[in-house]
Design a protein around this ligand. Structure first.
Ligand SMILES: Cc1ncc(COP(=O)(O)O)c(C=O)c1O
Length: 370
């Protein structure tokens, strides 16, 4: 029997992979350097023992959503949870994207925004960031022009009648942006919010490391969706939990495309219990922000060009060949992310801020490389 081929567009797709090497110091995927607090793990263990895993989980994740809502001072109806913020993004694209619709991205940015859009059959309209890696004022007009061009190409005779453009139904604004670390200034975000025709999704996977959040703007902008994760600040990348804060109508649409019982009982309990440790996690964020300052200063002193960061990582360009520097770091058992082959990022590497000891090991490797 001949097995059926996958969807034609899926056959052309490349998977998203970040290389995993066996090294002592892993500073390549922006994880938290420490595990979650021991008291959290103990509380979770007790909760698991009480939870009755023979039963399906609470399908609406009520207690977890209430806890997240209380954490942000919003209502439960404004919170959607999923298995990592990647699944939150997928749910948004399943509900609002799809064939005949488009999403806008400003590159260089988090590759999964385009990748998940493609998986869901959503067209991607791309505009480049300015030379400081910020979203420039005309970026929305540029993506809308791309949408119009795309429609002209696919519909040369105007069979869609009066529809003159494919406008983005979702505009992704990653802030602080991965891989640049830059927080979008208020006036740039305002320009996106006032000009974008559909939902504006601010991906705040690194929001806690920045001085302000788009969450503060939701009152004036019902089209604003803020996406967050437990993977970074909360030290729970292995747990897979993320959420969106948005208008209840957006949340309801996302729930419609979600599989029943997609959030297991343990994860729901873990997310809820983690929020009890907000104070401790904030102290850890403060330590990482301090360490980020030290690392930036050391990188600059070593002759690297450093992009200012509001996240838990730093994009930098070492003097000389970035790929050779990356390889020497691996020889010193330090793994950073080589982004030098990404468009606009020739010569750049990205390093996650680790513990002071991990960062010292990175700096020692870097000195050897230079
Ligand atoms: C900007 C951004 N959004 C989302 C994610 C995915 O996070 P999660 O682990 O919650 O799926 C990442 C992961 O690195 C990220 O950098």
């Amino acid at each position: 029997m001949t097995l059926p081929p996958p969807r034609a567009d899926v056959a052309l797709m490349e998977g998203y992979h970040s290389p995993r090497l066996d090294v002592k110091v892993r500073l390549n995927v922006n994880e938290a350097p420490e595990g979650p607090p021991v008291a959290f793990l103990e509380a979770l263990e007790q909760e698991v023992q009480r939870s009755g895993l023979n039963r399906y989980p609470d399908r609406s994740a009520t207690a977890l959503r209430e806890a997240i809502a209380a954490h942000h001072g919003v209502r439960r109806e404004e919170v959607f949870c999923a298995n990592g913020s990647n699944e939150v993004l997928q749910s948004l694209l399943l509900a609002f994207g799809g064939p005949g619709r488009a999403a806008a991205v400003f590159s260089p940015t988090y590759a999964l925004h385009s990748h998940i859009a493609a998986i869901t059959g959503t067209a991607v309209l791309e505009a480049e960031r300015d030379e400081e890696f910020l979203i420039h004022a005309e970026a929305i007009e540029q993506v809308m022009a791309r949408g119009a061009a795309m429609l002209a190409e696919s519909d040369p005779k105007g069979a869609f009648g009066t529809r003159r453009a494919v406008n983005p139904v979702i505009t992704f604004c990653c802030s602080p942006n991965n891989p640049t670390g830059r927080l979008e200034p208020d006036d740039r975000l305002d320009a996106v919010l006032t000009r974008a025709p559909g939902l504006v999704v601010v991906d705040e996977a690194y929001g806690q490391f920045a001085p302000r959040s788009a969450l503060e703007r939701r009152g004036e902008h019902p089209e604003l969706v803020v996406v967050r994760t437990f993977s970074k600040t909360w030290s729970l990348a292995g747990l897979r939990l993320g959420y969106a804060v948005a208008d209840p109508s957006v949340i309801e649409a996302m729930e419609r495309v979600t599989l029943p019982y997609h959030l297991d009982t343990i994860k729901q309990a873990a997310g809820r219990l983690a929020l009890d440790f907000a104070g401790e996690m904030q102290a850890r964020v403060a330590r990482l922000v301090h360490e980020r300052g030290r690392l930036s200063a050391e990188l600059t002193a070593l002759g690297c060009s450093v992009v200012p960061s509001d996240a838990n990582f730093i994009l930098f360009s070492p003097p000389g060949d970035a790929k050779a520097v990356w390889s020497t770091l691996v020889e010193h058992s330090v793994l950073v992310r080589d982004v030098s082959s990404w468009p606009r990022l020739a010569g750049y590497l990205r390093v996650t801020v680790g513990t002071p000891e991990e960062d010292d090991a990175f700096l020692a490797g870097l000195r050897a490389a230079l």
